[in-house]
Design a protein around this ligand. Sequence first.
Ligand SMILES: [Zn+2]
Length: 350
Amino acid sequence: MSLYCGIACRRKPFWCYRLLSTYVTKTRYLFELKEDNDACKKAQQTGAFYLFHGLAPLLQKSEHQYLPPKYNLAELERLLGKFGQDAQRIEDSVLIGCSENHEAWFALNLNSSSSTNASLQKLEMERELQGSFTELRKALFWLNVKDASLLSTAQALLRWHEAHQFCSRCGQPTKKNVAGSKRVCPASKSIYYPQMAPVVITLVSDGTRCLLARQSSFPKGMYSALAGFCDIGESLEEAVRREVAEEVGLEVERLQYSASQHWPFPNSSLMIACHATVKPGQTEIQVNLRELEAADWFSHDEVVTALRRNDPYTQQQNGTVPFWLPPKLAIAHHLIKEWVEKPTCSTLPA
Ligand SMILES: [Zn+2]
């Protein structure tokens, strides 16, 4: 952030000042809401609530787009009454952000059960709310980037709270703070903060080709960059070298960080994307079949063609599915596109 602002300052000092000022003010406001329960309760009075059911966000279709509706506190209380739920349920909501005018945004999961009764109740709620609770994996394709990011954060946080109801030290129930930025065990005084698991995602190149692989769980024909969870105690660099060695039997010579992305599935990961190179003479792949179904080198032209392929499910005349790449919202897509567009990615400096 400081680098971005530094660059912006040299170009547009006035706007940069305003941008920085708004950002810092907003960040400090959210910090205050996380630390101060009374301030957060007060923010709920003027705030807005996004609704989930079974961790699926409520979406409404308007014209050609899908939007997640927001409700103020009075509307939410009325709806909870209508759905036969206690207004105290609002205490389960979590803070997920705020507008530039400091309207605090919260998310509330109306029901986490998957029973038949819950399904019927869900249909009634959808009728009343004139929308549908949509699985987040689908919703991400339909929403704009800002809403997609906000709802991913919300789902990740709501899921974390569902899974951390009890203290892992003494087994007693834990209690969330109003914002939902932590849970505390009143018995042992243990404090738990929401966590993400770091995952390295690496596009390996030998200078002219890039290495793509598939797991058996991938949709038919889809190949992606190598990915794996960081082991405890590892640096990012160590995780990349180990994953590449483990999965395809190659030794990374150089690596370069590219970008990162929060990924809510299945349990909130921080995807850290890197480019890596191996020595041109040492490119023989040995696939670890416990981890991967297949891995191969692909030429620049093959990757360019795959990136242009709009309908990955179109079968070729002989019945095979052509090789295709992860969709635009996945960081693997960004990494592969970067490799195609920047030849420097394949000849990283030492
Ligand atoms: Zn405890």
